[in-house]
Design a protein around this ligand. Structure first.
Ligand code: NAD
Length: 420
């Protein structure tokens, strides 16, 4: 860094800053604040992969267990070229708070490998996954730390992790991951759970504001697991999806887009751009479209100082983790935008992961209807609990969710005590 230049805050710095500004109002001791902030365990590994052509490549990987006071560590695994330790630590901390906000008996974790999975053949992806699993095998397990899919990973990758772990143990251990294929003990409804949870949170927000939902216009940034499922569920409920973006571009049609058809186009073209029943634009055009609701469902730090002022939506439902920077948060709050924060809004994935873990432990599997209804119960309860805190303490929903999460983690720490 050049002397005098301003270094950009990492997502870890921002997450800590947000957390500390809330903890400072809660009269926690200095030690407890530090305990709640810092990760319990950080493991960095080199993931060595033999490429199809015979060369070897080494990718950096991490698994971070942030807090395990409320239960086993739980969190996704991300394959992305920009994955780094600071990001993984921040996402692990958010998982701790998310599980606490929803009342799920898990702690927080996150893992990742700095790799672009699109540059790997299927065999290379499998080998990378198995090697990464082998490198972290001693710290994961159904009672210790349970990975799940995140950006760049999916049910197929979870199956390879489960198989590698099971081979090491000598027997099948389906509970080591969630987000597995149904054929291997996955749960009905897990694949779409995060998007569905975003929808339940949004419906609760519209209800408390007594908004007539007919003809509300929705824009979705990111059209992967979370964004595409949220868009399709909302469309099926009668909402109008006016814009969708992904890494390759964005599409816009103020009369509405059928996200099922747009998704089919994406499967063939690799991006929503070029979809015939809408206008194609640059991917960041999504922040400027006329809409009532914006769902960021791509990556961190997407809504920032430079585009927050352009956003016309009155509601933001954070499907992604940490999509809004601190400065953007201030701008949006000043504009009166109602933000449903990530640690509440996108908790549907970990909630159904929890159901998957429960079903696996019981060896008794639920219907999709039971999964969806149970998910709705948990998401609604969490929303109203956070909303109550926000009213009582006169704070925005992000601070309210953080207060609730921190208080529940702090209570668990106090009850368990510090060993030895
Ligand atoms: P994914 O890989 O399935 O999809 C990511 C999408 O974002 C893709 O469509 C990609 O093209 C798009 N994208 C990337 N950069 C973009 C950009 N600059 N502009 C517009 N679009 C861009 O990932 P996912 O699983 O849907 O996760 C998305 C977000 O949701 C992440 O923040 C993740 O941590 C969070 N999340 C995911 C889950 C889950 O169950 N998958 C659960 C909770 C939170």
């Amino acid at each position: 860094m050049t002397i005098g230049s301003k270094q950009k805050k990492s997502v870890w710095d921002m997450t800590k800053e947000r957390l500390n500004s809330v903890m400072d109002t809660l009269h926690l001791s200095r030690g407890l604040k530090e305990y709640i902030t810092e990760p319990r365990k950080v493991v960095e590994v080199s993931v060595t992969v033999k490429r199809e052509k015979g060369d070897i490549d080494i990718f950096k990987g991490w698994r971070v267990q942030h807090n395990t006071n409320r239960g086993p560590a739980k969190g996704g695994i991300r394959y992305h070229p920009d994955a780094n330790l600071d990001e993984i630590k921040a996402l692990a901390l958010l998982m701790t708070l998310k599980c606490a906000v929803t009342g799920i008996p898990f702690g927080g974790a996150k893992g990742g490998v700095a790799v672009d999975p699109a540059t790997l053949s299927k065999n290379e992806l499998e080998n990378l996954t198995r090697r990464y699993t082998f490198e972290i095998i001693n710290i994961i397990g159904p009672e210790k730390d349970i990975p799940a899919p995140d950006v760049g990973t999916n049910a197929r990758v979870m199956a390879w992790i489960m198989d590698t772990y099971s081979i090491d143990k000598g027997y099948s251990v389906p509970g080591v991951v969630t987000g597995k294929p149904i054929a291997l003990g996955g749960s009905q409804g897990r694949e779409e759970a995060t998007g569905r949870g975003v929808v339940y949170s949004l419906l609760s927000a519209l209800k408390v504001h007594q908004i007539d939902t007919t003809d509300l216009a929705i824009a979705v940034q990111g059209f992967g697991n979370v964004g595409s499922n949220a868009a399709r569920i909302l469309y099926d409920l009668g909402f109008k999806i006016v814009a969708i973006s992904d890494a390759g571009g964005a599409i816009h049609n103020k009369a509405g887009i059928d996200p099922h058809k747009a998704f089919k186009h994406t499967e063939e073209a690799g991006t929503v751009a070029g979809y015939k029943d809408a206008d194609t634009m640059g991917r960041d055009g999504i922040f400027e479209v006329d809409c009532d609701v914006l769902i960021p469902a791509a990556l961190e730090n997407q809504i920032k100082k430079s585009n927050a002022g352009l956003i016309k939506a009155k509601f933001i439902a954070e499907g992604a983790n940490a999509p809004t920077t601190l400065e953007a948060d201030r701008i949006l709050n000043d504009k009166g935008v109602f933000i449903i924060p990530d640690i509440l809004c996108n908790a549907g994935g970990v909630t159904v992961s929890y159901f998957e873990w429960v079903q696996g432990n019981d060896a008794y599997f639920w219907s999709k209807r039971k999964v969806d209804l149970s998910l709705r119960d948990i998401m609604e309860k969490a929303f109203y609990e956070v909303y109550e805190v926000s009213k009582e303490r006169k704070v925005d929903m992000r601070r309210a969710a953080t207060i609730l999460g921190v208080e529940r983690v702090a209570e668990a720490v106090e009850l368990r005590g510090i060993y030895p």
